[in-house]
Design a protein around this ligand. Structure first.
Ligand SMILES: [Zn+2]
Length: 309
């Protein structure tokens, strides 16, 4: 008896392809399990997920992470590829697992990946969180207190720790939401300012849509033409960043007296400094770059003023 006639007899489709498609839609119910038993089994397990899936394999990541100079835990942790960009590591010792979690965020080939303690997950996008230390600039020092950073941290997602004296907090953010680099803040006197947020350990992400899963060169929000244009703009910005980081060397390359903008022995006339300052202001790019450039410039100006009088 043919398969086809069997299908007809059971009331299914007479077309084998259609029947296969029908079966694919059918849900096989998984029996419930005792969570308390599996929770004990997986108490030393972490689950990870790669957000970028194109370049390196999960297998390569699993082999590399335990090695010296990365986790340095060879023989004390075992990795398993779960497919779909997900993987797990089982640790022999709790302190090893906690050490790895405390050092988040982690990256592989500069692509960030999520790493969380096992929990009874069923979603394909678990884990979907990244833990970062975020440094805040733009808030006057007298507001560097727990309530200030609690409010700012809450706007990002879930606060883990706050170091108010260093104007930073540790936060768990949703990795499929755009990174936030600036937020408007309202002060008690009614003034409105901007808090700039710098993510410690942040590696590759898309400058256009601020997602961790890709870079601007493959951003689905841009056309091929726009990607080329952005590439050109970024190259220009990089040149400008070099200019603002090393203003003295750039402006007067022939003058051997001016060797280092921070420790330099020479000095520039104030009008040229103003020129450098205005260039620094117009070349604002990503705020982490801007902050370091601005800090270098301020140090340079202070050292110029100290030496100039
Ligand atoms: Zn993008």
């Amino acid at each position: 008896m043919s398969q086809q006639s069997g299908a007809v007899r059971r009331g299914g489709s007479s077309n084998p392809t259609r029947r296969t498609l029908d079966l694919e839609e059918e849900i096989i119910n998984i029996p419930d399990c005792d969570i308390s038993v599996v929770a004990e089994q997986f108490k030393l397990t972490v689950i990870g997920r790669m957000f970028h899936r194109e370049e390196r394999s999960t297998e390569a990541l699993i082999n590399l992470l335990p090695k010296p100079k990365i986790w340095d835990m060879e023989g004390r942790t075992q990795g398993t590829n779960l497919g779909n960009g997900q993987f797990q590591f089982d640790f022999d010792h709790e302190e090893d697992m906690n050490k790895i979690l405390a050092k988040r965020p982690w990256h592989f080939n500069r692509w960030m990946f999520s790493l969380e303690k096992w929990e009874p997950f069923t979603r394909e996008d678990f884990p979907n969180t990244m833990v970062f230390w975020v440094v805040v600039t733009g808030i006057p020092v007298h507001f560097w207190n727990i309530p200030t950073f609690t409010e700012i941290g809450k706007a990002l997602e879930t606060i883990i720790k706050i170091e108010a004296k260093k104007a930073k907090f540790q936060v768990s953010i949703k990795a499929d939401s755009p990174l936030q680099f600036e937020r408007k803040v309202g002060f008690p006197n009614g003034d409105v300012g901007i808090a700039h947020l710098t993510y410690e350990g942040l590696q590759r992400y898309c400058f256009t849509c601020k997602l961790l899963s890709h870079e601007e060169g493959t951003c689905p929000e841009l056309t091929e033409e726009q990607r080329e244009e952005k590439k050109h703009q970024r190259a220009e910005q990089a040149k400008q960043d070099i200019l603002t980081t090393y203003p003295a060397t750039f402006l007067r390359p022939a003058n051997r007296e001016i060797t280092d903008p921070l420790k330099g022995i020479g000095r520039l006339p104030p009008c040229q400094l103003d020129d450098v300052r205005s260039r620094a202001l117009v070349t604002r790019t990503e705020n982490h770059r801007r902050d370091s450039s601005a800090r270098n410039l301020e140090s340079y100006n202070r050292s110029y003023e100290r030496r100039g009088r």
